[in-house]
Design a protein around this ligand. Structure first.
Ligand code: 6PG
Length: 246
């Protein structure tokens, strides 16, 4: 069952998300000595990354034991403004001190499929011997068309079960560059998955995904169903405005 939290605005949404990351890092490191996090791209998490870089918050995370990945990436160089890892670099990493060995950007190759293979290999080394990686936290966004990570409506990538990472052409939303994305088996093996969704323009899609009745091909985010982990939807008032009254 998904847990749904409705926050008054984008600021409190970012605060709550950063609080979840801080709490997840502390409990994972206490339990297993490290915390593995897959961050997301898009515009919504930016405020959260900036908050986490503020010394008072940054000091609450043991970054030397926290490993940072991205759940999907646009196949462009990290310095390109469209890069998801580049966003994380500018808004979070430039303001804090994380050992470079703890940073796992997607290797960029001319061929997106090659980038996907290379990132899968990096994950296999980071999660040595695992049949499937169990991330402590995967952060996700929700696209207007119901996509999450770079799992787009109607694509064969939605049904891949034998790969951790796949390449995909862009969906209908900008920017029009090839992507590399976690597959559903990786997302659904996580210990905690958090959707971060803000703004009234997402309200119809949030309702479609949470109310049910849509297939994964129609609204890919319905495929996010952690097998043993927790699923949390953090919504602001706008994004939650079309949900049935609770
Ligand atoms: C990306 C994403 C994508 C994003 C959603 C929501 O690379 O674009 O990872 O899945 O999270 O499109 O994006 P916004 O937060 O910008 O609405």
């Amino acid at each position: 069952m998904a847990e749904i939290e409705i926050l008054p605005d984008s600021g409190t949404l970012a605060e709550r998300a950063s609080g979840i990351l801080i709490e997840t890092a502390a409990s994972a490191i206490a339990a297993r000595g490290r915390c593995t996090i897959a961050l997301s791209g898009g515009s919504t998490p930016e405020a959260m990354y900036r908050l986490l870089a503020v010394p008072q918050r940054a000091s609450q995370v043991n970054w030397s034991r926290t490993l940072l990945f991205v759940g999907d990436e646009r196949v462009v160089p990290t310095g390109d403004p469209r890069s998801n890892f580049g966003l994380v670099q500018r808004t979070l990493l430039d303001g804090i001190s994380v050992p470079s060995a703890n940073l796992f950007p997607v290797p960029i190759h001319a061929d997106a499929a090659e980038s996907a293979r290379a990132y899968e290999e990096i994950l296999r080394q980071a999660f040595e011997g695992a049949a499937i990686p169990e991330f402590d936290l995967i952060l996700l966004g929700l696209g207007d068309d119901g996509h999450t990570a770079s799992l787009f409506p109607g694509m064969p990538t939605l049904h891949v079960t034998d790969r951790w990472l796949v390449a995909t052409p862009p969906g209908v939303l900008p920017p029009p560059v090839d992507r590399v994305t976690f597959t559903f088996p990786v997302i659904n093996a996580a210990r905690r998955v958090v959707f971060l969704v803000g703004g009234e323009k997402k309200a119809d899609t949030v309702r479609d995904v949470l109310a049910g009745g849509y297939s994964v091909d129609e609204r890919p985010s319905v495929g996010v169903r952690p097998e043993h982990g927790e699923l949390i939807w953090l919504l602001d008032r706008g994004a939650s405005s079309k949900l049935p009254a609770r």
